[in-house]
Design a binder for this molecule. Structure first.
Ligand code: SF4
Ligand code: SF4
Length: 341
């Protein structure tokens, strides 16, 4: 088999596109049909992936814990000895966490990632749902009681921009193993609600987070949405260490490109339908697409054809994958690429 590039290590499974919240900054298009990941497909992919080095999984959504067979999904991961985590809004964690003990005992449970979008209930609940900050705090208490490790992911937006240090301190004091700072990506709803900060404010926020990383006792990371793009772009998807499988069973280029609200249905990021394509074949296609991406990036660098916000890696990718055409309707937004305005 011809495979080059980074080491394969982890699946990201979009367990479902359904969610129990309706956050103002949500990236996912929920206007279509609900899809829940087929467990028979997951079973097959775990079998095919293990010899290739895929030994871990992260469950995302939507809200992964509302997959109708969430318990069976965890059992399946356990049967394949797959270390896993999931990204959750924490709303129903008190129902979920008693089921985690058996995986924790077998050291298959990686730190749970809670979405937390502010250092105060007012800030977090304003874009998620009243009472959701409290639910996350209850979830953290449950984690402490069972010694379950956890992390927080904050999506930087205009409301929480003044709270980044306070959030960091709170996360460290609450015992988070790591803090992840991401950036809200423009969507029609986020722009209409004036939630997307100005690019220069985000650039300053990057410096704040970099300083925090030195000051706090826990790990601090910037996700690719928030980080500064290097000339040769680098992230788990481009390193091909993480494979994103969407809720319909398709291998996609990256979770930040698929199922986006506002984007037209040009599925340039869909690599293969795994329901009918062996993983090995899909991986060969992905490897070729990543190589093409890097070549196109080199051309852009050589020709100086980067846009004003292309120092944000995911913004650059979304533009290159034709996901930002809808932004022509927002000609005054500083995030609108010149070609779209
Ligand atoms: S941001 Fe996450 S928790 Fe909020 S609606 Fe979207 S998928 Fe659900
Ligand atoms: S959108 Fe591009 S830069 Fe962002 S995480 Fe995905 S592959 Fe990486």
């Amino acid at each position: 088999m011809r495979l080059s590039g980074g080491p394969l290590s982890q699946f990201t499974f979009e367990a479902t596109n359904a969610c129990n919240l309706t956050c103002l900054h949500c990236l996912r298009d929920k206007s279509g049909a609900r899809h829940d990941l087929d467990l028979r497909l997951v079973d097959r992919l775990l079998s095919e992936g293990r010899p290739l080095g895929l030994h871990a999984a992260s469950l995302t959504g939507g809200e992964p814990t509302i997959h109708p067979k969430f318990d069976d999904l965890l059992d399946l991961l356990g049967r394949h000895e797959i270390a896993f985590t999931f990204v959750t809004n924490g709303w129903n964690f008190l129902e979920v966490y008693p089921k985690l003990a058996r995986y924790q005992e077998r050291r298959l449970l990686a730190p749970i990632m809670f979405s937390l979008d502010g250092a105060t209930p007012e800030t977090h609940d304003a874009i998620r749902r009243p009472g959701s900050f409290r639910r996350v705090m209850q979830a953290v208490s449950a984690c402490h009681a069972r010694e379950i490790e956890f992390t927080f992911q904050l999506i930087v937006n205009r409301l929480n921009l003044p709270e980044l240090e306070r959030f960091g301190l709170m996360g460290a004091l609450l015992g988070a193993k790591a803090l992840f700072y991401g950036l809200i990506l423009p969507t029609p709803q986020a722009l209409d609600a004036d939630l997307v900060p100005a690019p220069d404010d985000v650039r300053r926020a990057r410096d704040t987070v970099a300083r925090l990383a030195h000051a706090l006792s826990c790990e601090v990371h910037s996700t690719p949405t928030f980080a500064r793009a290097r000339p040769e772009m680098d992230c788990p998807a481009l390193r091909r260490s993480v494979l994103n499988v969407d809720c319909r069973g398709r291998l996609t280029f990256c979770c930040h490109l698929s199922g986006l609200v506002g984007a037209s249905d040009e599925d340039q990021d869909i690599i293969a339908d795994l329901n009918e394509t062996p993983l090995e074949v899909a991986l060969e296609r992905l490897t070729d697409r990543i190589a093409e991406f890097h070549k196109a990036r080199l051309r852009d660098l050589a020709q100086g054809s980067l846009g004003p916000t292309d120092d944000f890696p995911c913004q650059y990718c979304q533009r290159k994958f034709g996901k930002l055409g809808w932004m022509a309707g927002y000609p005054t937004s500083p995030w609108t690429p010149p070609a779209a305005s």
